[in-house]
Structures are given as structure tokens and as C-alpha cells.
Design a protein around this ligand. Structure first.
Ligand code: NCD
Length: 325
């Protein structure tokens, strides 16, 4: 199969892998968002599968639990006509370095066209990409990067606000452990948005300003006049010891409710990558408020963005097929 694939780099997105947002240019990010916009406009229920990726095999290789990211990649690949195989590897039962390379060798022998990999260790996906001879998309590596999440967040914002440049975005909560925060800081600053991070001192990474973000430890001060409030989940699975005094106290100081949101612009929108801890990071009613919350849009845009990424990496030279998704 792979020998019939074009060997030249596709125009618009000249990369073999999507391992992170760091290092991508504004034009490359725009290319992916524009392509995702085309897919977002299609009706997935017209029951006509695209054949763009017919004959291609995508393997979802997840060393860490996931519901929405895995299903979103699976749907995206299937809507483009690819074969999809899901492999979950329980991280507790593996000796990491060794198993990762073993897994890479086994998978290479199966000759997939693309691997989507999620792993609890930062850098593991990049390491794996060097050992396989197919395209690799990072579905989240430790607290490092989660590029498709940042792209779907950007697409959700752009479709609602019409632009990214010039907006002020506050990323709030467990910034320390969040790959979503890192990918979003890279993407939003590259696209000309102002980024603030708001976190308790224990969850604020040292030197975060070097990434181009302004740091706050007070929610109301940090939220003043922002256009977008992006909440993060407390990543308990990445915490050893105690970073927050109690869930109740966390909500009181850092949980988003209408009262704290009042510091933001009157038309500010609220986001969360999910899974949400309702009543801990965000007030439940606010999360469901369709006038303020982009949370459902984020899930919907996830499929369109992943279709665009698969398309760009595997068939970058092809336009999307007319009228089909
Ligand atoms: C995020 C992740 O896995 O990094 N979730 C996701 O991809 N939907 C954020 C999180 O787990 O909090």
C-alpha cells in the first residue's frame, strides 16, 4: 500500500508527523484550520463516506485512557474511508521504554499508514515516531503537547469570533500538568492572540512567561476583559502529593462561575477540553449555558480537525471531495 503513496511532501503542510504545535508556522496552522472548516461544513449524516483514505490503515495506539480523543480520531478516519484499528495498552502493566520500542517494531511489521499515539510520558510519541516508517499524530504525551486539541479549540474560537488575532484568552487551572495548555499557548501566540494563564502558585509552571503567556494567581484579575476563558481539568493522575488544599476551596478560588466570569468581557466564551469535573473546575449550569459555553462545539470540531490532520498528512495534495464527508 504505502509504495503507491506519493513520496513528495504535500503543499500547505510539509510535515510527515504532527507531534506538536511548537514550531508550526502561522500559515501551516491556518492551512489545517481552513481544511477543518471545510469538513466542519459537511453533513456527516448524508451517509456517503468519502473514499479519500480508502485502502489506508490508521491505528489508534493508546497507552493512556481516552474516550473522546480516541472515538473522535476513529470517526474522523472512518468518515474518510480508512480502516481503523484501536489498540489500548494499559500503562500500569508495561515497562515503559522497552515496551514502547517493542510495540513500534510490531506495528511497523503490520504496515499501517498512520499511528495516533497517546502516552503518559512527555516525549514518548516523538521517540516512537523515529522508530516507525509511517506518519504519527500525537494524541497527547504526558504534560507536553496535545496538538489536535489546540487545533480544535482554535477552530471553535475562530468559527464563533471570526478570528484569533487580537483576542485575549485566559487558560485557567492545572496549567502545570496540562498538555492542552502548552499546545494552546504555542498556537494562540503564533496566531497573534494574547494569552494569560491563571493558576494557584502550586500549579503554575516556573518560567511560563518564556512561552509568551502572562501569569496570574488571582482569577478575577486574570479574567479582566478577556474574550475567552479556557478551563482545565485537575490532572489528579499526574499529581504526586497534594497540590490543592481541598476541592471545595479550589472551586471557591479557581472554579469558574457566573460571578468570576463577570470580570471577563460581556460576550466572553467559556471552554473546557473535557472530561469536566463539574462543580470543581466549572459551575455545572455555566458549562451547559449555550450562550456562553463552547464545550459542545469543541467536541464537534474535534472530528473535523482530525479529518483535516489525517487528510493533510496522508493526502495533502488532494482537495476535499465534493459534497461528501
Ligand atoms: C485532555 C487530555 O487528555 O489531555 N482531554 C482530552 O483530550 N479530551 C484534557 C484532560 O484530560 O484533562
Amino acid at each position: 500500500m504505502s509504495e503507491t503513496h506519493p513520496s513528495r511532501e504535500p503543499p500547505g503542510f510539509p510535515h510527515r508527523h504532527l507531534l506538536g504545535i511548537e514550531g508550526l508556522s502561522r500559515g501551516e496552522i491556518e492551512f489545517l484550520l481552513d481544511l477543518a472548516d471545510v469538513y466542519a461544513a459537511k453533513d456527516p449524516r448524508d451517509h456517503q463516506r468519502s473514499s479519500l483514505l480508502s485502502g489506508y490503515t490508521v491505528i489508534n495506539l493508546f497507552f493512556e485512557n481516552s474516550t473522546r480523543t480516541r472515538t473522535s480520531f476513529e470517526l474522523a478516519a472512518k468518515r474518510l474511508g480508512a480502516e481503523v484499528i484501536n489498540m489500548s495498552v494499559a500503562s500500569s502493566s508495561i515497562k515503559k521504554g522497552e515496551t514502547l520500542i517493542d510495540t513500534a517494531m510490531t506495528l511497523t511489521a503490520m504496515r499501517p499508514d498512520l499511528l495516533v499515539v497517546r502516552h503518559p510520558d512527555s516525549g514518548a510519541v516523538s521517540l516512537l515516531s523515529e522508530k516507525v516508517d509511517c506518519a504519527v499524530i500525537n494524541g497527547g504525551d504526558g504534560s507536553h503537547e496535545h496538538p489536535t486539541q489546540a487545533l480544535l479549540d482554535a477552530l471553535s474560537i475562530r468559527r464563533r469570533k471570526g478570528r484569533l488575532a487580537g483576542l485575549t484568552v485566559a487558560i485557567c487551572g492545572d496549567v502545570l500538568h496540562s498538555r492542552v495548555a502548552r499546545s494552546n499557548i504555542y498556537l494562540l501566540t503564533t496566531m497573534g492572540a494574547q494569552v494569560r494563564v491563571i493558576a494557584p502558585p502550586t500549579l503554575l509552571p516556573a518560567g511560563i512567561e518564556r512561552f509568551g503567556a502572562q501569569a496570574f494567581t488571582d482569577m478575577r484579575a486574570g479574567l479582566a476583559d478577556v474574550d475567552i476563558v479556557m478551563m482545565l481539568r485537575l490532572q489528579n493522575e499526574r499529581m504526586q502529593g497534594s497540590y490543592v488544599p481541598s476541592v471545595r476551596e479550589y472551586f471557591r478560588f479557581y472554579g469558574l462561575d457566573q460571578e468570576k466570569l463577570a470580570s471577563a468581557k460581556p460576550d466572553a466564551l467559556v471552554m473546557h477540553p473535557g472530561p469536566m469535573n463539574r462543580g470543581v473546575e466549572i459551575d455545572s449550569e455555566l458549562a451547559d449555558d449555550i450562550d456562553r459555553s463552547l464545550i459542545h462545539t469543541q467536541v464537534a470540531m474535534g472530528v473535523a480537525v482530525r479529518m483535516a490532520c489525517l487528510h493533510a498528512l496522508l493526502r495533502g495534495e488532494e482537495p476535499p471531495e465534493e459534497g461528501r464527508a
